[in-house]
Design a protein around this ligand. Sequence first.
Ligand code: BDR
Ligand code: CA
Length: 313
Amino acid sequence: TRRVIFDTDPGQDDAIAILLALASPEEITVEAIVAVGGNVPLSLTSKNARKICELAGRPDVPVYAGCEGPMAARPLVTAEHVHGATGLNGPDLPEPTMPLQAQHGVDFIIDALRLEPPGEITLCVLGPLTNIAMAMIKAPDIKPRIREIVLMGGAYFEVGNITPTAEFNIYVDPDAAAIVLGSGVPVVMLPLDVTHRVLTTPARLAAVRAVPTKAAAAAAAMLDFSEKFDLAKYGSDGAPLHDPCVTAYLIKPDLFKGRHINVEIETSSPLTIGMTVADYWGVTKRKPNALYMRDVDAQGFYDLLTERLARLP
Ligand code: BDR
Ligand code: CA
């Protein structure tokens, strides 16, 4: 089993990514969850993370609050227009009773990496990369201790979803993304090129809805909510599903195909800030720094998700 720390801004798709992990203890051990400001402000993402743990019957998973907003002096861009005012609109989940940990999420990440042997901890990042970049700046010694960073972010062939050229997670904190991609730590990227193929078709939604667990019912309500927004936008047979691709990659990497390439982040152009400039065809001699995924077995993904949601309460 891989020991992972989730860094996240829940978010319905973040929530499903975490549920999928908590349902898969053979492959994934969730050491902790660190919240970041993103889809909605930190006060909500750190609360939503706890709602998800309790939904999965796992109030023992420690939840930390990290950074409120981007590392440089930029305003936090949020996405209530996609996720609703709470960030987790859709299911009716009770207020969490488990506590939020007192330590700052960035300090927790640093301590956790220093305490464990090198190569032990994988960071799964489902939101803006602020906490990870801040940890790397504060404690550069943690970089060689990270086994891998698996993140949802970026877009190249599928272009952007928050601006014409930028994907949301990278756009919110491009400086942080640039630091992470320049860190030398092995990075796996699940960009929109993949997540826009993992469509919530009516048959796939029905399969999730048919699973007789509380967690699956909540997941179905989350998927329904996201679908309403995205269907109108993309006019496809279902809405994209983003963050659970990170978890699915950890469980079944063979579902995905991609290439080791160089990816640089645009951090200053007013027109294209947050763009992930992915050298997919190797036209520069820049060193590969990421395994950039471009294809996915979407039905295999939904079969996995449906099967695993049946294992939760
Ligand atoms: C990403 O942005 C967020 O709104 C989603 O949770 C996902 O992490 C997709 O661009
Ligand atoms: Ca997210």
